[in-house]
Design a protein. Structure first.
Ligand SMILES: *Cc1c(COP(=O)(O)O)cnc(C)c1O
Length: 362
């Protein structure tokens, strides 16, 4: 690694591609002859308008987003989406949620403030270590949408097949898997992702919403800023947006396009995940925490035989230059987040370290 950087296995904010950081550094003091940094630039300037438009255009190309979907850049990170989804999509006042871990629980708790929530499937019975069967959910006819967290960052599960929503709208929190594999946008009514896991700096979410779901007639209590239509009507420039995040995310979209798009990225991610899971499957000291068929390619939680040994591994790994391997406080153990920007060499180096650690236990 250049510049004395470490392999950062954080669940978010997370690593960004080195090439992108270098480009940003090169443009820091004077963005393309504008005489200023993007951070200093008016969001109404020509230069920034081009940055925003290019970011959207490149994301559209990357995900092959159909023309009847709008792309929005909204502040408030991922968490604001827990409220915006029910505020904007509950017409009949009923949301169906699949409960697969901490992030879907947060979405459920927030949605309950605005309407009725039906938990139509859950994996709480086995500590959220799997994705429940979603082929025949009991969805009331009046339900406004079915909501999933497509990759549970803390628990390390992912949907390898989308739920059967029986004709109802599908809403997905893709925060920790956004742009990690090809995605058929038309399968969804709304996709949102906090960008600090797989794309750029914290504080913003990308929202991809089907145009016909934008509404004028929201309840009076909904703040102007929290109506998706506000952002759609103003090209995400209703107020001063998170210009810096839009700029950095745009760079990452460009980078992904230049490196073969999402098919190529998915292949790289599959390779990295295979290195890690092969190791876990063959280890007698470390154990993966997730049912095999539901494993995430992005977040890999695992444990040793005891809490004390979990902590000892984390300390030894940190000393060896592998950062942020401690599992989330709600589940313990260890977790390696191996997002798009984690190089394969980083995963190989960590696995090598863990193998040696294991060998030294005997
Ligand atoms: C991180 C995360 C969030 C919350 O994002 P913030 O920007 O911190 O609010 C929501 N959902 C998932 C799946 C996440 O990983």
């Amino acid at each position: 690694m250049k510049y004395g950087r470490t392999y950062n296995f954080s669940a978010g904010p997370a690593m960004m591609p080195e090439e992108v950081l270098e480009e940003i550094a090169a443009e820091m003091m004077n963005y393309r002859g504008s005489g200023m940094c993007v951070m200093e630039m008016s969001h109404r300037s020509k230069a920034f308008e081009q940055i925003r438009d290019a970011a959207e255009a490149n994301l559209r190309k990357l995900m092959n987003i159909p023309a009847n979907y709008r792309v929005l850049f909204v502040q408030g990170g991922g968490t604001v989406q827990f409220a915006m989804v029910p505020m904007n999509l509950m017409k009949n006042g009923v949301g169906c949620y699949v409960e697969t871990g901490a992030w879907s629980k947060k979405a459920i708790a927030e949605a309950k403030k605005y309407g009725e929530v039906r938990v139509v499937a859950s994996s709480a019975d086995r500590n959220f270590s799997y994705i429940p069967d979603c082929s025949d959910l009991d969805i009331p006819e009046r339900a406004d949408y079915v909501y999933i967290c497509e990759n549970e960052t803390i628990n390390g599960t992912t949907y390898h097949k989308l739920p059967n929503t029986k004709g109802h709208l599908l809403v997905a929190d893709q925060s920790s898997m956004f742009l990690s594999r090809p995605c058929n946008v038309a399968d969804y009514a709304l996709i949102w992702a906090g960008v600090q896991k797989n794309v750029g700096p914290a504080g913003m979410a990308v929202v991809i919403i089907r145009e016909d779901l934008l509404r004028e007639d929201l309840p009076q209590f909904v703040p102007t800023y929290l109506n998706y239509k506000t952002h759609a009507d103003s090209d995400s420039l209703y107020n001063t947006p998170n210009c810096w995040a839009i700029y950095c995310c745009g760079k990452v979209f460009e980078y992904l396009l230049a490196h073969g798009g999402l098919e190529a990225q998915a292949a790289r991610n599959a390779e990295k995940a295979a290195v890690f899971y092969d190791f876990l499957d063959n280890s007698r000291f470390f154990t993966g925490a997730v049912r095999r068929e539901d494993r995430s390619f992005m977040n890999v939680p695992f444990v040793t035989p005891s809490k004390e040994q979990d902590a000892a591994v984390v300390s030894a790994a940190t000393a060896a230059g592998f950062d942020n391997l401690k599992g989330h406080k709600s589940v313990g153990g260890l977790r390696a987040s191996i997002y798009n920007a984690m190089p394969k060499e980083g995963v190989e180096a960590l696995v090598d370290f863990l193998k040696k650690y294991e060998a030294a236990q005997n």
